[in-house]
Design a protein around this ligand. Structure first.
Ligand SMILES: [Zn+2]
Ligand SMILES: [Zn+2]
Length: 166
């Protein structure tokens, strides 16, 4: 088993993400159609979690826009391959955000929607203990961390503007 290091926050570069997905799909023998590439590009442009309906609406502004089925199937495939992940906090809609295959978790700003990912999940030890105590075969786990990002804490709002001037 891997030793667990400290959490390592990383930023996903949108351009690198689009390239990596295309490369993975090409080597898996999937067809890289223009509509599917458009879906990837629009997803990579989001700075906050998005819903599939929002994605479809944004894609629809441009020509040629992919059909609804293509949009849904593409997001579903990206989710299964862990190129995007579902965000559970916040809106009731299923929201998605960029991810990367492998064991990582997300940190979400509740103010601006910015998402960071981190490696080094320290739940591994807990999961081993739980499996041992309960005889569960543990398949997966969810961890989502949310709060206010550094930029939003320093942003000038009407409330902290008056506090700063007094
Ligand atoms: Zn923020
Ligand atoms: Zn984990």
């Amino acid at each position: 088993m891997d030793t667990i290091g400290p959490p390592m926050p990383i930023a996903i570069d949108p351009e690198a993400w689009v390239n990596a997905v295309q490369l993975a799909w090409q080597s898996a023998g999937y067809r890289l159609t223009r509509p599917r590439v458009r879906v990837l590009q629009v997803i990579a442009g989001y700075r906050a979690p998005f819903s599939v309906e929002q994605l479809y609406a944004d894609l629809h502004q441009q020509y040629p826009s992919p059909g609804r089925a293509t949009v849904y199937r593409t997001v579903e495939q990206l989710f299964h391959e862990r190129w995007v992940t579902r965000i559970h906090s916040g809106s009731s809609d299923s929201s998605y955000t960029l991810s990367w295959p492998g064991h990582l978790h997300h940190l979400i700003c509740t103010s601006c929607g910015k998402v960071m990912v981190f490696h080094g999940c320290s739940l591994e030890n807990l999961i081993v203990q739980l499996a041992h105590q309960t005889h569960f075969v543990i398949e997966d786990h969810l961890l989502e961390v949310y709060g206010c990002c550094a930029d939003c804490q320093t942003a000038v709002t009407p409330e902290n503007a008056s506090a700063l001037s007094s």
